[in-house]
Design a protein around this ligand. Structure first.
Ligand SMILES: [Mg+2]
Length: 384
């Protein structure tokens, strides 16, 4: 029997020793400014890129958005978290032991789920490249052949939302997430009905308020918009307001989704058992990594919850690829995926993660399956 190295299986692969970890802050211009519920206006996306290099020369990549109103992570602090607390635990370790490393990272510093996620994604990318398998295989394999992609709408005029939705509709999208909580609630209810009328009954509409509704405006919205057949309303109230969310859920004809409130598996389980939410938006930057996000998705499925996976606004194809692999592997993704690399003026990979016919495609090359453009990263690096 031939037992040469060429026949070696992933199970007895050589250790993958980490020799170097780099934390690279980048700021990339968006194709157009994005206004979130709550009125925050973004012209650039800010991300931490983590580059992990193994002794055999392989490199793995990870990304996490700065998210001051989501995780509290800010770019300079994210770099510091990696350089001072996370990288020292990784250098000299075997990257194939990623579950053990994820556990170490989770305990190294409180919070900082973004930097932990960027490191964990990079470890998974590195392991996948070393073992020669796409990341979805490391997560248990494909559970489906396509994943429905959401397109985000957030223009200041409803006419522009309708025009943009029609363009996306021609490209194959049939699922739209409308940013709300920005204008007077009566205007937003009118906007939802105008969109429904313009797009017809076959498209799926949902709305995300990013914590910017009052209890009163949220009640008005769910009653006024219900006839427009809204699949779910995401995060109408402040992240900590479980009592308010529960009162809203009891009277709302529209199912509620937690995003900013769902910052850990424990918070998801608490809100679900209280009866405040029907579903949840998961992000790697909130859960702290790939395996922890996959685990949360499995628990949500067991609890009968609906699930949406989302990038923060303006994550490159590095973060998008991680999310796409997850979307193909987790048990349920009935509320779709929204990746956001299409909102960047320039991506950080040579072939950006694509969306075709309203579905995201799962990369097939090893690891994340992307070809990172290090010159683009250098170009957008934030120099302090
Ligand atoms: Mg959201």
């Amino acid at each position: 029997m031939n037992t040469s190295k060429s026949k070696r299986t992933p199970l007895n692969a050589e250790p993958l020793m980490i020799r170097r970890v780099d934390a690279i802050p980048v700021a990339i211009p968006l194709t157009k400014p994005i206004v979130m519920g709550g009125g925050q206006r973004y012209e650039h996306s800010e991300s931490l890129i983590v580059r992990i290099e193994a002794a055999n020369g392989l490199v793995g990549w990870g990304e996490a958005s700065a998210a001051p109103t989501m995780t509290g992570d800010m770019l300079a602090g994210m770099v510091q978290a990696v350089e001072q607390h996370l990288a020292p635990l990784l250098v000299g370790s075997n990257a194939l032991l990623r579950a053990q490393l994820a556990h170490k990272l989770s305990r190294a510093v409180i919070g900082n789920t973004g930097p932990k996620a960027a490191c964990d994604v990079a470890l998974h990318d590195l392991a996948g490249r070393h073992l020669g398998v796409p990341l979805v295989e490391l997560l248990g394999g494909k559970a489906r052949e396509s994943v429905c992609a959401l397109s985000q709408l957030g223009n200041s005029r409803v006419e522009d939302d309708i025009a943009e939705a029609r363009t996306r509709r021609r490209e194959g999208y049939r699922f739209f997430k409308l940013k709300v909580g920005v204008k007077p609630v009566e205007e937003e209810i009118g906007g939802v009905h105008a969109l429904r009328k313009a797009l017809g009954p076959d498209v799926i509409l949902c709305a995300d308020a990013n914590m910017s509704m009052t209890p009163s405006s949220a009640r008005k919205f769910v009653l006024g918009a219900a006839d427009a057949n809204i699949l779910f309303l995401e995060q109408p109230l402040r992240d900590h307001d479980l009592v308010g969310a529960l009162a809203l859920a009891r009277m709302s004809p529209i199912p509620l989704c937690a995003d900013e409130s769902a910052h850990s598996l424990e918070s998801i389980m608490n809100w679900r058992s209280a009866g405040a939410i029907a579903g949840v938006t998961l992000k790697t930057i909130k859960l702290g990594g790939m395996a922890s996000t996959a685990r949360a998705a499995i628990v949500c499925d067991a609890l009968g919850m609906s699930l949406n996976l989302a990038s923060k606004t303006g994550e490159s194809s590095i973060g998008a690829a991680a999310l796409v692999h997850l979307s193909y592997a987790i048990p349920n993704i009935d509320w779709g995926i929204n990746i956001t690399n299409q909102y960047l003026s320039t991506d950080l990979v040579r072939q950006p993660i694509g969306q075709k016919g309203g579905s995201v495609e799962c990369p097939t090359a090893p690891g994340l399956g992307i070809d990172v453009d290090e010159r683009a990263i250098a170009r957008f690096k934030v120099v302090s």
